[in-house]
Design a protein. Structure first.
Ligand code: MG
Length: 381
């Protein structure tokens, strides 16, 4: 495989900049950046991206003394790096992949999926809350950086890539997404970013779980994948635990990525996919893992749910998230004057619960905790 890295087997399926369906508001082309590089830069320079630094991936910021586990920002950077590796090898548009990967979690509220659940429950009679939809709202509406339009005015391909549309039937009823044909699969660059997201979090969550001793190395041997790995790296033989863990994760990541590269190229050849239109019209995603490796990854994800995401310490944080965000949402509903002026101004054209939800969802863990403590005069613990 090493000798093949310059082959770019899917280059003929790469999105072409000149075929972009463009931006909602026309803008002249930039003199030295292509449209997807420009989108990537707009994403990196937006407020929602900077806030990812203090938003939870799995472990809540500020409620732990460990500074080494993933935040939503470092997760997004890792997704971008792994996506670009996959896309570059396959010959897809790397700048487009990077833009989608960096923006894919912009809509996450504080406290990760626990926060998402609280907001969804609070919004259940008003359309609910879902982080993919929120990512789209941020880039198309909530960021205010330009005098003539709201949002970042990203290209169609990045906007479409952001919604991932795994929940097609639900998304089809949303007027927000009426510009997209949700009968199609995402473009290949977005499929790369989406699968890289799943690979990335599975690997780094396992690493964090092992390094924090939420998961023991012995427990890994329940999984078929690690029974194989044990043959290669003799668990517990290495004295330094961290090195041992990094070694396990390195092998896992490399195995998963290599499988995506080989399997995706084979699938496209086998199905005689000749152009981009055929790629998105295909009945299943073409960027994918082989069946045996998909089964192993599913097994790993179930293991992480049992051993890490439902660990007592994580569930304790979930309860704190619930307490904090429920309080803040209800507080702002009954005391709208406590909202910043620029947020209150939006009450003119939208139901107030959605505006409060946007405001609370935009908070970092840190801001939410401080705001809760100042408004409630209580400590979160
Ligand atoms: Mg993600």
């Amino acid at each position: 495989m090493n000798t093949l890295y310059t082959q770019k087997p899917l280059h003929f399926l790469s999105q072409k900049e000149e075929h972009s369906q463009g931006r909602l508001f026309d803008e002249p082309l930039h003199s030295f950046r292509n449209p997807y590089q420009r989108d990537r830069d707009r994403i990196i320079h937006c407020k929602a991206f900077r806030r990812l630094e203090a938003k939870t991936q799995v472990l809540v910021n500020l409620l732990s003394t460990n500074d080494h586990f993933r935040t939503r920002l470092t997760h997004s950077l890792e997704v971008s790096q792994i996506s670009r590796t996959i896309g570059r090898y396959l010959g897809l548009h790397e700048d487009l992949i990077e833009a989608v990967a960096l923006a894919h979690d912009l809509g996450h509220p504080p406290f990760g999926h626990a926060g998402e659940k609280v907001l969804h429950e609070w919004m259940k009679d008003h359309g609910g809350f879902e982080h993919n939809v929120q990512s789209y709202r941020i880039v198309s509406k909530l960021e205010k950086k330009y005098p003539h339009f709201d949002g970042l005015n990203l290209t169609y391909e990045v906007r479409f890539g952001l919604i991932k549309h795994r929940k097609k039937s639900k998304y089809k009823s949303l007027p927000l997404f009426s510009e997209f044909n949700l009968d199609l699969e995402p473009i290949l660059e977005a499929q790369v970013a989406d699968l890289a997201d799943e690979i990335t979090y599975s690997c780094h969550d396992l690493e964090d779980g092992l390094l924090l001793n939420f998961i023991s190395a012995e427990e890994l041997l329940e999984l078929s994948f690690f029974k194989d790995i044990k043959l290669k790296i003799k668990l517990n033989d290495i004295k330094k635990k961290e090195i041992e863990v990094y070694q396990i994760i390195r092998i896992l990541l490399e195995t998963l990525v290599k499988d995506v590269l080989i399997h995706s190229a084979e699938t496209i050849t086998k199905n005689h996919i000749k152009d981009i239109h055929a790629a998105v019209a295909h009945k299943t995603r073409l960027i994918s893992l082989s069946k045996p490796v998909r089964t192993q990854l599913t097994e790993l994800k179930r293991f992480l749910h049992r051993k890490f995401y439902r660990h007592d310490k994580i569930l304790e944080m979930t309860q704190l998230a619930d307490k904090c965000l429920s309080f803040l949402c209800n507080h702002y509903l009954h005391h709208p004057k406590d909202l910043p002026q620029y947020t209150r101004q939006r009450f003119m054209d939208q139901p107030s619960k959605r505006i409060i939800c946007d405001y609370v969802a935009g908070m970092t863990d840190r801001y939410a905790i401080v705001d809760y403590q100042s408004k409630s005069s209580l400590s979160l613990r």
